[in-house]
Design a protein around this ligand. Structure first.
Ligand code: NDP
Length: 482
């Protein structure tokens, strides 16, 4: 507590994330006030963690009175109407320069609306993504604030105090204007969907397609985690695949888990946002579709019984091929995600710095990986060689020289895995969609000539000739029937 007896900041919503964020702020020497709609939960949290010296308010009005001015209030309530409800209650209580931060997983268009609302009011608004789950919130998350720059400058110190630290620095940066923070967090989650799907496909191919015991799969992932694939998700995969089933001695827990994946919506939002910004993200879209199909367990059982597809052993694929396929598809997925961030930054005037986004994802968040430091370096002007060609930011991540070389080296193994899995009847939607994206991207003359001809045939939509691009013509197509 300061001389005035006031707190440095407040957290509203002391659930899984808010409770841990409040404790994290307190552990860095900040004086924290807390409020939760169900006040007894807030008192229980304060009693369970006396070391945090959390000061619990029994109303938002009381909370506001407990804070130094300008006030800093971090909301960690469920995304959606709960955020608007708390903002409605806070609005008459706040004064000039006070700052409200929405730290939940809000849809970026909701954040646009709230940014516009705050612009007409004396208080400031920041939409902020937080990644790292419950443990990250407590020990150091990756933090993605955007919106009001004045507010960011006043939030910088407490956010830098609680954020994760990696060899690339402290994992918080200003992501850009407006709803940039929540847009960046949404794309982070979309990339996370892609990573998880690719890992699950490769593990399933090893187990179901190649007959490996789970222990061998786990050991292989643990080995990969010491190389170019080093990442939190690869690391936890090895742990998960070794975990015993507490209800069935001698068995592994993975075999007892129903193959129905849940989702809360950020993957779907990423796919919708990508379509709206004209950016293809087939790896992430395949991951969302795969979760939808996984949820249709009953339908899959009926379809398998009715259609009885043949499913055989995956032939001619080495462990190195599997690693290469996973790594190359990951490059494809991150290329798509960063292309979406770039397109949104331009279309929505965010001013997002891609190198900084890669940097704050190197620690604290679910997709943290050694690989992200290389992405940072590819997008960072200072680290690129000077000169007319070297100083350009790559148009796409996969076109950066070292990633282009990486993919070229891994392409033969990637093709072998996709071909062998398809031939043996094992689904690999993420690996295959990524390869199809790569092959389409790298084919200067594609199959769309016929699409244009069909559109002109049935709808007079016109087309361009190769010898006169930009000139749209229509043809009266010869018809074989009336
Ligand atoms: P919890 O369910 O643990 O906590 C939700 C909090 O919101 C509770 O304090 C709850 O209070 C409060 N709340 C809900 N509805 C209202 C309302 N109408 N008015 C006031 N308060 C309300 O959720 P999490 O902590 O897991 O998630 C919070 C946010 O953080 C979400 O947006 C989530 O998507 C995001 N997030 C979660 C992550 C995770 O790993 N869990 C990771 C990153 C972000 P009460 O107890 O009174 O209902």
């Amino acid at each position: 507590m300061s001389d005035t007896g006031l707190c440095d900041l407040a957290v509203v919503g002391l659930g899984v994330m808010g409770g841990n964020l409040a404790r994290n702020f307190a552990s860095r020497g900040l004086r924290v006030a807390g409020y939760q709609r169900t006040v007894e939960h807030a008192h229980a949290l304060a009693a369970a963690h006396p070391e945090a010296h959390l000061r619990v308010a029994s109303s938002l009005a009381e909370l506001v009175g407990m804070l130094e001015r300008p006030r800093r209030i971090v909301l960690m309530v469920n995304a959606g109407p709960a955020v608007d409800s708390v903002l409605d209650q806070l609005d008459p209580l706040l004064e000039d320069g006070d700052i409200v931060v929405d730290g939940g997983n809000s849809l970026y268009t909701d954040t646009d609306r709230r940014v516009a609302r705050a612009e007409a009011r004396p208080w400031r608004f920041v939409g902020m993504g937080v990644s790292g789950g419950a443990e990250g919130a407590l020990l150091g998350p990756s933090i993605m604030p955007g919106g009001d720059r004045y507010a960011w400058e006043r939030l910088r110190h407490p956010l830098e105090a609680i954020a994760a630290r990696s060899p690339s620095g402290v994992c918080v940066t200003y992501c850009g204007r407006g709803s940039a923070g929540h847009f960046v967090k949404m794309v982070h989650n979309g990339i996370e969907y892609g990573d998880m799907q690719l890992i699950a496909e490769v593990a399933s191919l090893m187990r179901e397609g190649m007959g490996w015991p789970w222990g061998q799969v786990a050991d292989t992932f643990a080995g990969w985690n010491r190389g170019e694939l080093e990442s939190y998700l690869i690391e936890i995969t090895a742990d998960i695949l070794r975990a015993p089933d507490p209800q069935n001695p001698g068995a592994l827990l993975i075999d007892a888990i129903l193959d129905r994946a849940g989702q809360k919506g950020t993957g779907k939002w990423t796919v919708v946002a990508a379509a709206e910004h004209g950016v293809p993200i087939p790896t992430i879209a395949a991951a969302v579709d795969a979760r939808l199909l996984s949820a249709a367990k009953d339908l899959r059982e009926r379809a398998e019984a009715a259609l009885r597809p043949s499913r055989g052993v995956v032939q001619g694929v080495s462990p190195d091929d599997l690693r290469d396929a996973l790594y190359a598809a990951k490059i494809a997925s991150y290329t798509q995600g960063f292309a979406l961030l770039q397109a949104a930054s331009e279309a929505r005037d965010y001013g997002t710095n891609l190198a900084e986004i890669a940097r704050i994802w190197t620690g604290g968040c679910i997709i943290r990986a050694a690989f992200l430091e290389r992405i940072r370096a590819s997008f960072a002007p200072a680290s690129r060689p000077s000169g007319p060609e070297g100083s350009e930011r790559p148009e796409l991540l996969v076109l950066a020289p070292d990633f282009a070389a990486d993919v070229a080296r891994r392409l033969p193994g990637w093709r072998r895995v996709v071909a062998a899995a398809a031939a043996a009847g094992h689904p690999i939607p993420g690996l295959a969609a990524s390869l199809a994206w790569f092959d389409t991207l790298t084919r200067s003359r594609g199959s769309a000539s016929l699409i244009q001809a069909q559109r002109d045939y049935f709808g007079s939509h016109t087309y361009e000739r190769v010898d006169a691009p930009g000139v749209f013509v229509h043809t009266e197509w010869p018809r074989s029937s009336q």
